[in-house]
Design a protein around this ligand. Structure first.
Ligand SMILES: NC(=O)C1=CN([C@@H]2O[C@H](COP(=O)(O)OP(=O)(O)OC[C@H]3O[C@@H](n4cnc5c(N)ncnc54)[C@H](O)[C@@H]3O)[C@@H](O)[C@H]2O)C=CC1
Ligand SMILES: O=C(O)C(=O)C[C@H](O)[C@H](O)CO
Length: 450
């Protein structure tokens, strides 16, 4: 008990130090606050350039730390650079408006950085999540204290070193590795932090809301779990649909908040789709993330391996039809066989819980009205997809599905310009795009008596 208290106090002390540094960097006359917006943009671009210089190193470290394939890690580094560049361009374009208010006043609004921001990120996109969190925070002029996931702290630490090399003033970015309840908890509770941005489980998202309520009502943005539906109508090319559905569900080994983990297939093509989806999954090359031809590496750790296997077992027990996979792959490492279940029913655990693993659940449907209802029958609302050649069907689905992103005839269509975030218990607020900036700004109204 005593050693636990000492550990908690130690984390508290570290968080205090990081917050003090971030607060000092945010002081009114500090170098950071008095820097021109254009120079702030140049620093962010410099960081992006340094990441480009070190991209192979960053990707290798990410792959080593997380288990994702080197190829995917390299893609993540590229996307992270794009996100930084996109927000760098915003630095000198953040402005308020003038308002024709009643009475003899001239009224204007000013957009100001929210202040010191605590950022808590997960292990599935360790480097990508740093970029998504830092870019809008730094573009708006905030200072940050970031806690990477305990499973994958390495690339965030390298990015901190690159930020130093780029020339960010002392205290603007702080990286603090540590565990969730201790280091993360201390960030959430800290009275010196003005906003917390979090990506991770809905369970911890709830704890963050509680902690914020108990401390100083920090601003909050949350990007949480999902159980996203991909709906496939029978007017599409089945082979193409199988490919898209595979990418939707299995990319990043299924460790993806917006994984298309409920595959609804219309009755007319259902049997053919199931057969081909199982063949596709079976062909997946699982193994060493650094090998050229590997498509799927290991899950991140024992805990996640156990969770995925437990959910696969629930699928078998509850009567879903196992088409392929269904077991751990080999006896070493955290590898899972790419798994496909058909005849999944909406009330089965595998159709309701976020699995975060390489498991596809295929469900049959007949009509648009029916499938909209079923797609929306979830506590989540992060993403959704639809494959059809009928524009009316696509638009009806896109308008009716309760999700933050809807992908039509594609999936995982991410770009730095397009906002991303959840309806319902998938989150609060948006990341990326112009919307992502708003999460880091306070709006001030100034009225001048004329
Ligand atoms: N939305 C997403 O991208 C992610 C969703 N998940 C979901 O969550 C499940 C569990 O994975 P975990 O790694 O346990 O997720 P988690 O939500 O516990 O971890 C995410 C981050 O939150 C921190 N954290 C944990 N407890 C905290 C607390 N009390 N206060 C402040 N910070 C805290 C962790 O240290 C980590 O940095 C996964 O199986 C998956 O379903 C996990 C990772 C990412
Ligand atoms: O899973 C998450 O947390 C993400 O938001 C990452 C996205 O899925 C995306 O694939 C990153 O490129």
């Amino acid at each position: 008990m005593r050693s636990k208290i000492v550990t908690i106090l130690k984390f508290q002390e570290d968080v205090n130090k990081a917050v003090a540094a971030a607060k000092a960097a945010f002081e009114r006359n500090s170098e950071w606050r008095t820097m021109s917006p254009a120079s702030r943009g140049e620093l962010i671009l410099k960081l992006a350039d340094l990441m480009k210089r070190d991209k192979e190193y960053l990707a290798a470290l990410e792959s080593l730390d997380n288990g994702k394939t080197y190829k995917n890690a390299l893609h993540d580094v590229g996307f992270s650079i794009d996100v930084l560049k996109y927000y760098a361009g915003y630095c000198d374009k953040i402005h308020g408006s003038t308002i024709p208010s009643d009475g003899n006043f001239m009224t204007m609004t000013i957009k100001e950085p929210v202040g010191v921001v605590g950022q808590i990120i997960p292990w599935n996109y360790p480097l990508g999540m740093v970029a998504w969190k830092w870019a809008p925070a730094l573009a708006t002029g905030c200072t940050v204290v970031l806690k990477p996931a305990e499973q994958t702290p390495l690339t965030a630490l390298v990015l901190a070193a690159l930020a130093k090399e780029a020339g960010f003033p002392k205290g603007v970015v702080n990286v603090l590795p540590g565990y969730g309840p201790t280091a993360g908890g201390a960030i959430v509770q800290h009275p010196g932090i003005n906003k917390v941005a979090f990506t991770g489980s809905t369970e911890v998202g709830n704890k963050i809301m509680e902690g914020v309520g108990q401390s100083n009502l920090k601003r909050v943005s949350l990007e949480l779990g999902g159980k996203s539906p991909l709906v496939i109508f029978d007017d599409v090319d089945v082979d193409r649909a199988v490919e898209i559905a595979y990418g939707a569900c299995f990319s990043n080994h299924g460790q993806n908040c917006c994984a298309g983990s409920r595959t609804y297939v219309q009755a007319g093509i259902y049997d053919e789709f199931v057969k081909k989806a199982a063949e596709k999954a079976k062909r997946t090359k699982v193994g060493d993330p650094f090998a050229e031809d590997t498509v799927q590496g290991p899950q991140v750790n024992q805990e996640m391996l156990d969770k995925v296997l437990r959910l696969i077992e629930s699928g078998k027990k509850e009567g879903a039809h196992l088409q392929t996979g269904g077991c751990r792959k080999g006896n070493e490492g955290y590898f899972v066989e790419p798994t496909v279940f058909s005849d999944v029913k909406d009330d089965m655990t595998i159709a309701r819980e976020e699995i975060f693993g390489p498991v596809q659940s295929i469900l049959k449907f007949e009509t648009l009205e029916e499938v909209i209802k079923r797609a929306n029958d979830t506590t989540y609302g992060l993403a959704a997809g639809v494959l059809t050649n009928n524009i009316t069907t696509a638009l009806a689905y896109a308008k009716s599905v309760r999700a933050g992103s809807v992908w039509v005839n594609c999936y995982h269509a991410f770009s730095p310009q397009a906002p991303f975030g959840g309806f319902k218990q998938s989150g609060i607020g948006r990341e990326l795009g112009e919307e992502g900036l708003k999460e880091y700004l306070e709006l001030k109204t100034v009225s001048i008596k004329v």
